[in-house]
Design a protein around this ligand. Sequence first.
Ligand code: PFF
Length: 680
Amino acid sequence: MAELLEEQRESWGTRGGFILAAIGSAVGLGNLWGFPYKLYSYGGGAFLIPYIIALFLVGIPIMILEFSIGHYTQRAAPDAFKRGHKRFEMVGWWGIVLAFVIITYYPVILAYCFSFLWYSIVGIFTGGELPWAGEGIEGVENAKHFFNETYLGKTDGPSLGSIRWNIVWPLIITWAAMYFCIFKGVKLVGKIVWLTVPLPWLMLLILTIRGLTLEGSMQGLAYYLDPVWSELAKPITWRYAFGQVFFSLSLAYGVMITYASFLHKKSDINNNASIISIADFATSFVAGLAVFATLGGMAYVTQLGDNPVAVEQVAETGPSLAFVAFPYALAQLPYSAWFSFIFFFALVTLGVDSAFSMTESILASIVDKTGWRRCIVLPVMTVVGFLFGLIYITQGGFNWLGTIDGFVNGTWGIAFMGLLECVVLGWLWRIKTLRRHANSHSDWKLGPWWDYSIRMVIPVVLGALFFWQLFDDIFGDGFLRTPEGEWILPNCVGLSIVALVPVVAVVLSLIRGRKDIVEQEHPEQNLPIGGRREGAIAFITASIIAVLLILWLTVPISETIKQVILWLLLLGGIFAMLLSNHVLDKHHTSTSQASWLARWAGIIATMDISASIAIILLGLVKAEEAEVTTAPIRDTLSGVSYIILAVVFLIIIGGLGWCFYRALAAGKDSGIQHPDEIGD
Ligand code: PFF
């Protein structure tokens, strides 16, 4: 496997600089804008179960994986993957192209935040009146009207309409801010994040304390935390939870690989990844407390007057929560313009470092590959990103933004990319080398369980979610065409974009790169191959199961026989996967390499298992759907919610406490030196 590149790469100033930059990327609009409304819409406190499972099962292990490969190779995603095999370069580009799609619309949401920040400042100077203010339920309509009509000029249907010139300026400001944050390289980024990370946390703290001390805040928290257990039986809840973990931790877009590539050689990996992931979760959770406590305060105030408004009447606005429900709630409370300023300032500072992390990752990938100068590539990217952004600031742009975000951040885009990353690194690379590398640079060590989770557990979970969505879309009605046979344009475009991403990735990987980087040798390629026979058995078994699964889906036979066959196929898949895993464990040593048949058999077998589980889940959920969803009691926080609160705080405080304790202990006695200690 490739050695660390000897070439001197730019590096973060300090450990703190790197941690904050990675937190800055992770903690963004997804936390304050996305998490609260998703949690509210998909089961309240119950949503935390899939979310926490996703965080610990998939989020933290993949973040460690991305840090290890970035740090090990000291290269941005495409080149980092290429170190394993030249054909893997396209996997790196896949994530980068997805990041490019996001960078076309993420700054648009930031531009909305800049506009609302401006309205709040004007409000402060003009006596506290906000342009969306209004009373009672008509006030809610006012706020909706202000955002949808006055600001977005929104039209229904797929046509784009004309550009909204009022959003052009904020979009220019957003891109300019991103440009100036990164134009000097990561050293400057490492300094800027000392401002853009703590500042929004301070704002959030103010909003949370203010929200929790409002009369009626418990009413809002009941909506946020009271669990609706039946939501757990819906695939969409799980898909959103996993998708949100990926998006929120900035995983699978190559960002964390790129950031880790600038990390000093002697930096910690495992502990940093855990601190960053838990801090991100803490921010999301506290953001939700702030938002819903304030909505509760609003409900209480309006209930004192003639025009009562319940939390659910405003919270149902979904993605518009940050631009309709919350601004409306603030407008009902004292010092509305000031708190509105604090809220949008928090959003802007949260979002800007996430946005530039994507730009940095794309930029580093291009620069690493071509050797072109940053000072030329960055302005070009800025202009191109801005021009694409114009599509989303048309009258129909907001609807398109939602659709494309759904595809890119959903199962079709990001979960699939995460799956690909794990199978390539788990089965085709030598994952043990990455684990050893991570461990030799960490305050605490990973066990072999990590190899198995990257190789088997995560691909099976993500694969099951992927197939679940796929079967749901294919067999459900109205995905690409209405029952009347008309094409559903937004879904067709969304699907085409995610389908085009790998094509673009392949093309980019085929372009010849710079000549001054010497291709690394792969010494293990010359090692003798072991486990050919077991590999062939596993490969044949896994392939036959794949064919049988396709037949299972298409050939009509009796239900009972089908069920028996399905479970047999699942068992067969598990056998093939474990056999392949055994071959890799036994033959990936310093003196031999595992047969490629076994490696590919592992991948096919994990997909067999995922597909079988997805089919089983599909059947189970259909049976569940008949059940009636019972609405939780909404006016006080239930006992279960207090337990949920306690568990979440325990996870956050216990998790972070343990990580910091390990960092301190390791600093004292393990001999790991951090960049801060050794200087630059
Ligand atoms: N993690 C960011 C958020 O939660 O808003 C969004 C994001 C940043 C996604 C960087 C992807 C990425 F590469």
